[in-house]
Design a binder for this molecule. Structure first.
Ligand code: FDM
Ligand code: MG
Length: 216
């Protein structure tokens, strides 16, 4: 059989929605099936830009809102070629947060001129996910899971707005066809099963259509 490209699978959701746990579970599951899988997360705090982002999130430094937005985007661009190469050589890339978070978290600040459309522009041209699995949970439910941490954005009002904006992205923007909503308020195993089903479906679409990796 001709060598197949890898898939680009993204997880999104509020803080404490279970993204990291479910990402790891899917990675493990796919590897057990014999797939080559690379696990990434954004922000990738290990690069120089990622360190600036991390310092901003922890409150150690301040950044102008456009600037931090563009740093988050730049952090994706610095790994865009790597993602493309992995996918091309047959490795599936599973990503914990991507440009959807980039758009909604900045837009949720409510700064004049920084709406979803503006926020999305610098993301245009990045590798486009084959599927974005959105783990849906209300901010109150998420907060019950051990509470939020100390980082910037980990506040109820911000999380509520983020959830609303994820909804807007799903309804009105080009992203909508990529996003699969999974009810993340259930037990870990149930959520995992729903994710695997969504992943298989997206996987089959790519295999059957021979769809190349697209761009945002
Ligand atoms: N975040 C994440 C953004 O504001 N923009 C982005 O582009 C990305 C990828 O950073 F509050 C926010 C979302 C979250 C914070 O993310 C740190 P993790 O997943 O909690 O490390
Ligand atoms: Mg966090």
């Amino acid at each position: 059989m001709a060598s197949k490209r890898g898939k680009l699978i993204v997880f999104e959701g509020l803080d404490r929605s279970g993204k990291s746990t479910q990402c790891e579970r899917l990675v493990t599951h796919l590897r057990h099936q014999g797939q080559k899988v690379e696990h990434m997360r954004f922000p990738d705090r290990t690069t120089p830009i990622g360190k600036m982002i991390s310092n901003y999130l922890s409150g150690q430094t301040q950044q102008e809102d456009h600037v931090i937005h563009l740093l988050f985007t730049a952090n994706r661009w610095e790994l865009a070629k790597a993602i493309e190469s992995f996918v091309k050589e047959g490795t599936t890339v599973v990503v914990d947060r991507y440009y959807y978070s980039g758009c909604v978290y900045t837009a949720a600040k409510g700064v004049s001129g920084l709406g979803l459309d503006w926020c999305r522009q610098p993301e245009v041209g990045l590798p486009r996910p084959d599927v974005c699995i959105f783990l849906d949970i209300a901010a109150e439910e998420a907060a019950k899971r051990g509470g939020y941490g100390e980082e910037r954005y980990e506040r109820k009002e911000m999380q509520d707005r983020v959830r609303e904006l994820f909804g807007e992205l799903r309804e009105h923007h080009d992203e909508r066809e990529d996003i699969v909503v999974i009810d993340a308020g259930r037990g870990v195993e149930d959520v995992e099963e729903a994710i695997q089903k969504a992943a298989v479906k997206a996987w089959d679409v790519v295999e059957q259509s021979g769809l190349p990796l697209r761009k945002v």
